[in-house]
Design a protein around this ligand. Structure first.
Ligand SMILES: Nc1nc2c(ncn2[C@@H]2O[C@H](COP(=O)(O)OP(=O)(O)O)[C@@H](O)[C@H]2O)c(=O)[nH]1
Ligand SMILES: [Mg+2]
Length: 246
């Protein structure tokens, strides 16, 4: 099975080369698409150099400025839908998502349409070094979204996901409106409305080692409010279920 990993980057120069070598050393058939938003720290140039070193394995999509996760992923999907991969992975650049887990995720994908890397199942956890309030905030945010949206799996905010390409191609992306991190929740909610089979692999979510998080309190509050909009926006799909696949 050929797997394409999409990595959105904004100022990830310290992480990207290490992540690329970790991914390419896995016993899997992996391709990588980096979607860089003209990072001021030169991540885009670094990505180009990596693509020159591994021309068959790495591609880079350059965008003129920081335009958010939604369009980074949607542009990325469009670019690779034709590349013949059987699976597509969404993954952060900062090593919060351990590449080694892809082996288990790929195995589970044999019987599922989507596999998510989950912090909130048995065997999963968040960084040991996080203070208790941060652990609590993460767990609460997840519980809040999961309860309001009545989702049957345990980590609805995780950004680590592996999709069957044919599943991803059946998603009506034009309906997704959220631009920031809540885009990830909206996307998996949409997939659940369409009755795709979703599996969970436990992950240890380590805090980023280098660089800065782009997450802020404002973004989190915005996300909390937007959950209600997501619930409202897809009321028709909840009824239509699998018939709403494109
Ligand atoms: N291309 C692109 N990547 C982004 C943008 N915002 C965040 N990212 C990337 O998305 C991933 C997750 O962001 P991060 O700051 O680690 O979020 P956190 O883990 O929730 O703190 C990282 O790989 C970032 O570089 C954006 O606007 N454009
Ligand atoms: Mg991160």
């Amino acid at each position: 099975m050929r797997i394409t990993v999409i990595i959105p980057t904004y100022n990830e120069a310290e992480n990207l080369p290490k992540l690329v070598s970790a991914l390419l050393s896995l016993p899997l058939d992996i391709r990588i698409l980096v979607v860089d938003d003209n990072s001021p720290d030169g991540t885009g140039d670094l990505a180009d150099k990596l693509a020159q070193t591994y021309p068959e394995k790495i591609e880079v999509l350059h965008r003129p400025g920081k335009m958010g996760l939604r369009s980074a992923y949607l542009n990325g999907f469009q670019k690779i839908f034709k590349d013949g991969s059987q699976a597509i992975v969404q993954m952060d650049a900062d090593f919060s998502h351990d590449p080694i887990v892809l082996i288990q995720m790929a195995k589970l994908l044999e019987t599922k349409d989507i596999v998510i890397g989950s912090r909130y199942v048995l065997g999963g956890s968040v960084d040991d070094k996080w203070p208790i309030w941060r652990k609590w905030l993460s767990a609460f945010g997840n519980f809040y979204a999961r309860t309001i949206l009545a989702l049957p799996f345990h980590d609805v905010t995780t950004g680590y996901r592996m999709w069957r390409s044919e599943t991803l191609k059946q998603m009506p992306f034009e309906r997704i409106q959220s631009t920031g991190y809540i885009f990830l929740v909206e996307m998996i909610y949409l997939a659940n409305c369409l009755e795709f089979k979703i599996g969970e692999t436990p992950i240890y979510f380590a805090d980023r080692r280098f660089g800065k998080s782009k997450m802020s309190f404002r973004i989190q509050m915005e996300a909390a409010m937007r959950i209600w909009y997501v619930l409202w926006n897809y009321r028709d799909l909840r009824k239509a279920g699998r018939w709403a696949r494109v």
